[in-house]
Design a protein around this ligand. Sequence first.
Ligand code: ZN
Length: 285
Amino acid sequence: MDIRGEVAGVKVGQVFADRRAVYDAGLHRTLVAGIAPKGYSIVLSGGYEDDVDDGDAIIYTGQGGRDQNTGKQIADQELTRGNLSLAQNMVQGVPVRVTRGRDLDSPFAPSAGYRYDGLYQVEDYWTERGKSGFLVYRFRLVRLDGQPPIAPGAGVIPRDLPAGTMAPRRVASVSSRVVRSTEVGLRVKQLYGFQCQFCGTILETPGGRYAECCHIKPLGRPHNGPDVMENVLCLCPNCHVRFDDYAVALNDDLTLTDTGQKIQLVDGHCIDVDYARYHRELMPR
Ligand SMILES: [Zn+2]
């Protein structure tokens, strides 16, 4: 029972006595490793000295390559197991639960036990040479909006972090390309095996296939489109941009307005043509 996303009955900010209690709550289904099966959860508890914890943003070092006795890095890390899972969760837009332990060297560490701090999104990952000279995987996680703020365990708000600590790795990538999936969006993408419904593109990356979920009637004001499967498409980034920016739309018979081709539809997924009409009405003319 590896639960993705929120765990029913567990509140953000809830404190647990030890790793066993965290495990039993369904938050982190492994007792020692920092990365839980499928990368659905991580526990921050000290591990790597060059991890960075700014509360709402974390740079987290992957697993592997360490001597079991000394904890020293003695080999390169690989894109396998937990590291691969976190990379896949970035590519697929799967959120990751974050729990902080008291041994963590951070103002956001709880004063006792382990505190569940809510859902984060893996926004980036990369390899770098650690201080040991071996390759390590690093993951940048950013806390999802709309959750209760984290209460620093020691009651301290950090003010003296080195400037630029959380600067993006690539200067040019200030705005991340990562498009967050809603649970519904994720379900639709999985239904299509991350293949674009418009053009059939499958975008392979080392972290698995990448696709985006596109809301036909847009979410948020003023459109207030619903986050339901009937309003969601699984698209490649190109087709997503073309749809959002009105280069293409859906006719009532679910053909594309530019080529006349019918979009791909799998069993269990129906598009509500009212949403397609709404989107067409938004188009410049
Ligand atoms: Zn496409």
